[in-house]
Design a protein around this ligand. Structure first.
Ligand code: SAH
Length: 337
C-alpha cells in the first residue's frame, strides 16, 4: 500500500491495529503534507522502530516528473507511473492563486468526438496516491501553496469514483493539503448514477458538467455517453443534485464553429437551463488533431454569450490557457507522440 493513498482515518486505524496511539497518524500527516518531508527517517517524533515498521508496511513510490514545459502562466508536467504509463497535469497561475488540473485515468473511454485525451482508450484508473501526488509533487517543486484543484485532466473522474472520492478527502483534509472543498472542481461528462451518489455525500465541491450541446441529437453525436444518459435524465438529476447540495452547477460548453455555436443553439440552451441554479462556462475550442472541429470565431463566441446574457442565463467565457504547449483542455494526451 502506498502511504499517500491513506486518509487520516485510514492511518489512525492502521496505527491502532499495530498497537500504537492513533494520534501518530496526525503526526505522519503533518510530515507528509505540511512539512513535506519525503524521507521517513526525517519523521523525528516517531521512534526508529516505528519508522522501520512504516517502511516495511508502506510504499513511498511517487510518479516521477519526466518532462516539464513552461509557457508564461501555465506549466505542463508529464508524470511517469510505476507501471510505465504516463499522464499529464497542468498548473495554472490565476490572479487568485495557483490551480492544478489533475488527470484521473490513463486514457479515457468516453470517446467525445472533439477531445484529444480520449484517443487512447482507458488503460486503467489512476490510484489514489497517483492523484494526490500530482498535486503534492507540484506544490513541493514550486514551494508555493496550491489554491485550487480541478479534476479536468485526462479521464472521466466519475468512472473512477471511489479513488477520486478518496483523493478528494485527502487533499481536502485540514491536516492534509487543506484545499477547501469549494476550491475543488470535479468535471464529468454526465454519469448519472454517480452524480446521484455524489449528491448524497454532503461535500461542498464544485460540480461541472461537460454539456456541449443543447439537445440530444447533437449531444449524442458529440458525446456517446449521451446515448446512455440523455439530457432529460441528466437535467432532472442535476436539479435533484442542486436541491440536495444547495450548490450551483457549472455547465461547460465548448464552442465548435458551425456545430453547436449558432443563435438557435444559444436560445435552446437558455431554455434548457431556465430556472436552474446553474451557470454556463463557454469554452473556446482548443484545436486538436480532430481536424473536423474548429474554434468558433470571436464574433460567434460573443454573439452566443450575448444571447445567453439577454436570456438572463449566468455566463462566463473561459480564459484560454496553455494551447502553445498543448496543455489546454482536451489537448492532454496519455501517450507522448
Ligand atoms: N471527462 C471529464 C473530465 C475532463 S474535463 C469531462 O468530460 O468533463 C475536460 C474539459 O475540457 C471537458 O469539459 C471537455 O469536454 C473539455 N474539452 C475537451 N476537449 C476540448 C478541446 N479540444 N478544447 C476545449 N475544451 C475541451
Amino acid at each position: 500500500m502506498n502511504l499517500y493513498q491513506m486518509t487520516l482515518e485510514d492511518l489512525e486505524k492502521y496505527f491502532e491495529s499495530i498497537g500504537e496511539k492513533k494520534f501518530k497518524a496526525l503526526q505522519v500527516y503533518e510530515w507528509l503534507y505540511q512539512k513535506k518531508k519525503t524521507d521517513v527517517d526525517e519523521f523525528t517524533n516517531l521512534k526508529k522502530e516505528l519508522r522501520e515498521k512504516l517502511k516495511e508496511d508502506f510504499s513511498f513510490k511517487r510518479p516521477e516528473i519526466i518532462k516539464r514545459e513552461i509557457d508564461k502562466d501555465v506549466q505542463k508536467f508529464l508524470f511517469l507511473l510505476e507501471d510505465g504509463e504516463k499522464i499529464e497535469a497542468v498548473l495554472m497561475e490565476h490572479n487568485y492563486g495557483l490551480s492544478v488540473c489533475v488527470s484521473s485515468q490513463v486514457g479515457c473511454n468516453m470517446g467525445c468526438a472533439f477531445c484529444e485525451s480520449g484517443r487512447l482508450k482507458k488503460v486503467r484508473n489512476l490510484k489514489v496516491h497517483e492523484m494526490v501526488l500530482q498535486v503534492l509533487t507540484i506544490e513541493e517543486l514550486l514551494e508555493r501553496e496550491i489554491h485550487s484543484v480541478v479534476i479536468m485532466g485526462i479521464g472521466e473522474p466519475l468512472d473512477n469514483y471511489d479513488n477520486v472520492m478518496q483523493f478528494i478527502k485527502i487533499i481536502n483534509h485540514p491536516k492534509g493539503l487543506a484545499i477547501g472543498a469549494r476550491h475543488i472542481t470535479l468535471s464529468t461528462c454526465g454519469i448519472i448514477p454517480k452524480i446521484k451518489e455524489l449528491s448524497h455525500l454532503g461535500i461542498q465541491i464544485n460540480l461541472a458538467i461537460s454539456l456541449h450541446a443543447p439537445n440530444d441529437e447533437l449531444r449524442s453525436k458529440l458525446m456517446p455517453i449521451n446515448k446512455a444518459y440523455p439530457l432529460k435524465e441528466l437535467m432532472s438529476t442535476l436539479k435533484e443534485y442542486i436541491a440536495l447540495t444547495h450548490r450551483r452547477v457549472t455547465m461547460e460548453y465548448i464552442l465548435l464553429q458551425g456545430v453547436n455555436d449558432g443563435e438557435s443553439h444559444a436560445h435552446e440552451l437558455a431554455t434548457l437551463l431556465r430556472g436552474m441554479n446553474a451557470y454556463v462556462n463557454l469554452i473556446p475550442y482548443n484545436e486538436t488533431n480532430h481536424l473536423e472541429f474548429k474554434k468558433s470565431s470571436k464574433e460567434r463566441i460573443d454573439r452566443f454569450f450575448n444571447i445567453l446574457k439577454q436570456e438572463k442565463i449566468n455566463v462566463t467565457i473561459r480564459r484560454e490557457f496553455g494551447s502553445k504547449i498543448s496543455a489546454a483542455c482536451g489537448q492532454l494526451r496519455s501517450k507522448e507522440v
